[in-house]
Design a protein around this ligand. Sequence first.
Ligand code: DGL
Length: 277
Amino acid sequence: MARLSKGPIGIFDSGFGGLSVFKEIEKILPAYDYVYLGDNARAPYGSRSFPTIYKYTWESVQFLFEEGCNLVIIACNTSSAKALRNIQQLNLKIVHPDKRVLGILRPTTEIIGEISISKAIGIMATEGTVTSNSYPIEIKKFFPEVQVFQQSCPMLVPLIEHLEYESEGAEYYIKRYVNELLEQSDAIDTILMACTHYPLIKDKIKEYLPDDIQLISQGQIVANSLRSYLDRHQNLNDASTKNGKRIFLTTGDVPVFKKQSRYFLGRDIEVEQVEIG
Ligand code: DGL
């Protein structure tokens, strides 16, 4: 493999949601430099067609490569489900054979079956993630005995992106989606928030769940998996700069991004607006 120029680790999401993953990554890998990119201007991706999600995701990944990233984490389930395979198997091989793009489905599906005792798991996700069927397919590979029940929640990302998640409308949809999921099986004991935006409304989702159902977010799972990946891939580890630097980029509105990131990260950040596509 050719020697890579050193650069930050890229983290991408259609919008703010990936910050819930970034937060956990920086907790356990604080020394690394990161560039976070939210394609807020074109979010939500969840109800868009496959070619559109693939196009937007690849454009965003290329943008992060141009920022000097050698490793990009797609902290978005919809993009991971719809675009990652093509990016890894087609685009990278031709354009950037030395760079790597990782998704968040694989690390999650590798361990989620261990968390459920009843072996019945509910998935809350965007329409795109649900229709891709990626979660049931991938979970079955690692845990053939596990039953997977999916609930598409198309209104949740738009409500979060528009800072409306504390409204009555949000309550209505959260309650409705949780109930529709639970109606699918009495055996569900674990619900995975398979959309990186949902941890922001975790407490609201919990309000509609019986106490014996556990609600799982992906941040820590993905962070642990990245640490292990960097341990196993020294070339990428060596090619990652480690000055504790963070850069936050959005294709959307800077003041909105700053406000929203406070809810996700609990601190104020500098944000720059960029054009993609
Ligand atoms: N955070 C993205 C996910 O994990 C949301 C996708 C969207 O923009 O709809 O799926």
